[in-house]
Design a protein around this ligand. Structure first.
Ligand SMILES: [Zn+2]
Ligand SMILES: [Zn+2]
Length: 259
């Protein structure tokens, strides 16, 4: 599978864009940087967008994407998320006040977006991949998505605090190759990280301690760094090490391949 990182920061500042990935060119996870990173022809071919939770840094480009692709596709783009997440988008974003309701235009039979509810532990098959939703601990209802092809699994973990449940699910993945995980605040801001259900770099090491070690090292891509604390976070993360894991900073614009 090919994963393109459009945005990988926990806030928007100058060239630092918020969370969004594209898998095999047609499936996106989160919409924090779709229209600011992809050309129009690349936006038009997105068929599926999996939303982890309703926070603005993960959904904001849905609004501009709707406007860009209207009347340029034959079928709606499917928007997946937990019921609460889709309800939040519908009530507070595509509500004809903040932005037009793109699930009803240009017409209700063939709109720009179509909501598809997904529940924790559901598995969906799209474009040759199996994607499993896994309940995550955050301040609003959220799910992470584990992406499997015939021989590799990448566990994309969304904004989260410390958790036991998510790691139980990670440990079930036989072909685990990579974990994408957040570190939002430096370790000196542990209290704020805990209150906002995010991780610090040291929390991240604690979390990786819950993962069964495999024969081959598991790649760990760290993302969702808050740009205000970038220097401190990068300094801490580049010093992290844990046996069994290859810990790296995720880079905006990079393409990650598992074949
Ligand atoms: Zn976020
Ligand atoms: Zn969040």
């Amino acid at each position: 599978m090919e994963i393109k990182v459009l945005g990988c920061y926990g806030n928007n500042l100058l060239d630092k864009k918020t969370t969004s990935l594209v898998i095999n060119k047609t499936i996106a996870i989160d919409a924090g940087a779709i229209t600011s990173s992809l050309a129009l022809n690349e936006q038009i071919i997105l068929d599926h967008i999996l939303i982890t939770h309703s926070h603005l840094d993960h959904i904001k480009d849905l609004a501009f994407l709707g406007d860009n692709v209207i009347n340029r596709r034959d079928t709606p783009i499917k928007l997946y998320g937990e019921a609460n997440t889709l309800k939040a988008i519908s009530n507070h974003y595509f509500n004809n006040i903040i932005w037009p309701d793109f699930t009803k235009i240009p017409d209700e039979k063939n709109p720009v977006f179509e909501y598809r509810e997904i529940k924790a532990n559901d598995k969906i098959k799209i474009n040759g991949l199996e994607i499993k939703a896994v309940k995550t601990k955050h301040t609003v209802p959220s799910v992470s998505y584990f992406i499997r092809d015939y021989k590799n699994t990448v566990c994309h973990i969304t904004d989260t605090g410390l958790s036991k449940e998510i790691w139980k699910e990670v440990n079930k993945e036989e072909n685990l190759k990579a974990i994408f995980i957040e570190a939002s605040f430096p370790s000196e801001m542990k209290d704020l990280a805990t209150a906002s259900k995010h991780l610090t770099p040291y929390d991240l090491i604690e979390e990786l301690g819950k993962v069964n070690i495999r024969e081959k090292e598991i790649d760990v891509y760290v993302y969702h760094l808050k740009p205000l604390y970038l220097a401190k976070l990068e300094h801490e993360i580049t010093k992290l090490s844990k046996k069994g894991f290859n810990i790296m900073l995720m880079k905006q614009g990079e393409i990650i391949n598992y074949v």
